[in-house]
Design a binder for this molecule. Structure first.
Ligand code: 13P
Length: 342
């Protein structure tokens, strides 16, 4: 079991590839669909995800795994092929969002905690039987001058570690995702404040993973990059982001962890790619450092698709381009001139 978990984790971070986060809950995909003026129906969700999973250029070359929402894990393409099989045909690994979203953390005004530990083992057994080999749990950390509280960080880290431990017990690789938000209101925090909070969060998460006996060789860490808030008056260059981010990771992430796959968190497509490229081009690190992007892989594709079947090919080209650019960024071989290749 241990060897298998380690192999899946290694495969998820294989060279030049990263993870597609296509696990937007039905509420979140509604926001994305609202932005292009299309209705949030099961048919539209299925059509859009089929477009992504049939993009050969992206899926075969630059995507190692796909995180699915529960509904999508059980859905089929138009011709009756299950999405799980489509993803496997592209030599990628299907995974699933295992948490139930974030809710108010009682006694902690302004903070939230991710729920979903109740019934988790039974859900994971079903997901595994349906083909999921890895899972994801996202803990959301509010940041401002006063927050997060230490007990807020601890509650989220404890849940992450409990989830990770159940996953490994069942032969599933846990993606451990503590996200310090870049857009928590008022979102004017500095990059230094983000570094401080991200440090405290990662330290607590690894303490909890240790306490819950989680095998570090069999997880993927999915953290935020260290960034200023989106309304901070001093925004940062890729050189600054990479310096702050790598310093924190080197201090708090044990080298036993095989891979770090960043979330994009609301960065623009180019920001997410150029920051990842700067990290990989400039630093020697003990882990493979890649992407597990949702918005930064999909935003431009979604916009071009716009719910119209005749736009499918162009939307797929756009998705394949973003996946290729991020693949190059994992190798430290991206520069802005390659963006023109589309
Ligand atoms: P973003 O890259 O859009 O932040 O999404 C990643 C993700 O999986 C959020 O949980």
């Amino acid at each position: 079991m241990r060897k298998r978990i380690e192999e899946i984790a290694e495969t998820l971070v294989r060279s030049g590839q990263g993870i597609l986060a296509a696990d937007e809950s039905n509420n979140t995909i509604k926001k994305r669909f609202d932005s292009i003026g299309i209705e949030n129906t099961e048919y539209n969700r299925r059509s859009y995800r089929e477009l992504l999973f049939r993009t050969k250029g992206a899926m075969n070359d630059n995507i190692s795994g796909v995180i699915l929402f529960e509904e999508t894990l059980y859905q089929k393409a138009k011709d009756g092929t299950s999405f799980v099989d489509l993803i496997r045909e592209a030599n990628a690994i299907p995974g699933v969002k295992a948490d139930r979203g974030s809710f108010v953390l009682a006694g902690h005004p302004g903070e939230i905690v991710t729920e979903g530990l109740d019934g988790l083992r039974d859900r994971l057994i079903k997901y595994y039987e349906s083909g999921a080999q890895f899972a994801k749990w996202r803990a959301v950390i509010t940041i401002n001058d006063a927050l997060p509280s230490l007990s807020g960080i601890k509650a989220n880290a404890h849940a992450l570690a409990r989830y990770a431990s159940v996953c490994q017990d069942l032969g599933i690789v846990p993606i451990v995702e503590p996200e310090v938000k870049m857009d928590s209101e008022p979102a004017d925090h500095t990059i230094e404040r983000c570094e401080k909070v991200t440090s405290a969060v990662l330290k607590t998460v690894f303490d909890e993973l240790h306490d819950q006996q989680v095998l570090l060789e069999g997880i993927i860490l999915k953290p935020n990059m260290v960034l200023p808030g989106i309304k901070c008056c001093r925004q940062s260059t890729p050189d600054e982001v990479s310096a702050h981010t790598v310093r924190v990771l080197k201090r708090y992430v044990p080298s036993a962890v095989p891979g770090i796959a960043f979330l994009s968190g609301g960065q623009s497509d180019i920001q997410a790619t150029s920051n990842l490229a700067a990290i990989n081009a400039q630093y020697d690190m003990p882990w493979t450092v890649t992407y597990s992007y949702g918005r930064a892989l999909q935003a431009s594709c979604l916009k071009i698709w716009g719910g119209q079947i005749e736009n499918t090919l162009n939307a797929q080209k756009t998705f394949a381009h973003r996946a290729r650019m991020n693949g190059l960024a994992t190798l430290g071989k991206w520069d802005n001139s390659q963006e023109k290749s589309i």
